[in-house]
Design a protein around this ligand. Structure first.
Ligand code: PBG
Length: 410
């Protein structure tokens, strides 16, 4: 059977060439029919009815229909058929909108992220959340821009009950109640004068267990402000169990944990660090500050290590696992999807947003199609949730018909 198919395809070069309407080619087809015991209908009556194909351009070669055992294109032949067989959907309810807030009135645009601003926490934040909800996006994650004068090397501002993050959480929950799901970021970097997710020792070591002590306080203060879900993005070992324990001890058994399970030391976070002015700072003579986060975030070369982190997070009581960044790590999303029963989230990060915006602005890509395809790819890889700066815009595009509508045709 295999050999027969091979011989049929080896004759295809001849048959598709307009110069090769030879009798030897049609006898090939007959030979194939005989050996595969296909119906012996004359080849001409098997040609598609003219109405289905319409006319053909002059110069189109006349060929015998190939005797293909399967034609996958049959299942793609019209829009409604394609919709019926579509294996993956991306909907507004899958999105979490990340928002940057600051302690002022105005919205301050972020240079590397056109269309995204640090929002005034009382005005812009509420406006953007309302706009998202109008499009069907009911989940946000809040990132506060802390003024430099409040940053310290031990980042106590992270658990100030009256801090910017805490006030923003309370405001959204007071205004919108259960119409909005509020996620928070648990990590010290927005509050740390050294620009790291944990406390940095003089020798430049990011202290694990000491940092966790403050992450517990941070998570509890966010829960107290009304957060639905706290999201540790710090990559310290053992923080999920420690945060669970601290939340439970304070009575917050209903507050969930979305763990940044597989967070890679990625160049794609650059624009985010600009937004929060949170990049690692330069060291001084008597203090080393590591210029990158490679001693706690994962090596982009590693796959198995993500599974190790996932197993720990599951044991420690995470409710949702996250992979970050998104598109460059689709294999990791699939790995977690196949190895946990927990929901999986993908973070379509700042640098991914910037790339799409820049290519669209230059006219190199159709923004809507490229964005929706990117988001769909993360869903196909196995993510339930997607954190994306495109959430509101993508939700609107989806309501308007998504990829189907924008590309037109049938
Ligand atoms: C910090 C944090 C980062 C992001 C989310 N939380 C940056 C970092 O780890 O340096 C990145 C998000 C993005 O790039 O969109 N804890």
């Amino acid at each position: 059977m295999m050999a027969t198919r091979m011989s049929a395809s080896s004759s295809s070069g001849k048959k598709t060439s307009s110069k090769a309407r030879s009798s030897s080619s049609s006898s090939n087809v007959r030979r194939l029919r005989a050996t595969t015991s296909a119906p012996t209908t004359p080849a001409s009556s098997a040609a598609p009815p003219a109405s289905a194909r319409g006319g053909v351009p002059e110069g189109t070669p006349v060929v015998e229909p190939r005797d293909l055992p399967s034609r996958p294109r049959r299942n793609r032949k019209s829009r409604h058929l394609r919709r019926a067989f579509s294996e993956t959907t991306v909907r507004p309810e899958h999105f979490i909108l990340p928002v940057f807030v600051h302690d002022g009135e105005e919205d301050i645009p972020i240079n590397a992220m056109p269309g995204v601003s640090r929002l005034g926490w009382q005005n812009g934040l509420v406006r953007e959340v309302e706009a998202a909800m109008k499009e069907g996006v009911h989940q946000v994650v809040i990132f506060p821009k802390t003024p430099d004068e409040l940053k310290t090397s031990t980042a106590e501002e992270a658990f100030n009950p009256d801090g910017l993050a805490q006030r923003s959480i309370s405001l959204l929950k007071e205004k919108f109640g259960n119409d909005i799901v509020v996620y928070t970021d648990v990590a010290l970097d927005p509050y740390n004068s050294d620009g790291h997710d944990g406390i940095v020792s003089d020798a430049g070591v990011i202290l694990n267990d000491e940092t966790i002590h403050y992450l517990q306080k941070q998570a509890v203060s966010q829960a107290r402000a009304g957060a639905d879900c706290v999201s540790p993005s710090d990559m310290m070992d053992g923080r999920v169990a420690a945060i669970r324990e601290a939340l439970d001890a304070e009575g917050f058994t209903d507050v969930s944990i979305m763990s940044y399970t597989a967070k890679y030391a990625s160049a794609f976070y650059g624009p985010f660090r600009e937004a929060l002015a949170s990049a690692p700072k330069a060291g001084e003579a008597h203090r080393i500050i590591p210029p990158n986060k490679k001693t706690y975030q994962q090596d982009p070369a590693n796959y198995r290590e993500a599974l190790r982190e996932a197993m720990l997070d599951e044991e420690e009581g995470a409710d949702i696992m996250m992979v970050k960044p998104g598109m460059p790590y689709l294999d990791i999303i699939r790995l977690l999807r196949d190895n946990t029963t927990l929901p999986v989230a993908a973070y379509h990060v700042s640098g991914e947003y910037s790339m799409l915006k820049a290519a669209a602005a230059a006219g190199y890509l159709n923004e809507q199609d490229a964005v929706l395809e990117s988001l769909l790819s993360m869903r196909r890889a196995g993510s339930d949730l997607i954190l994306t700066y495109y959430a509101t815009q993508a939700a609107r595009w989806i309501q308007e018909g998504g990829l189907d509508a924008s590309q037109g045709g049938d």
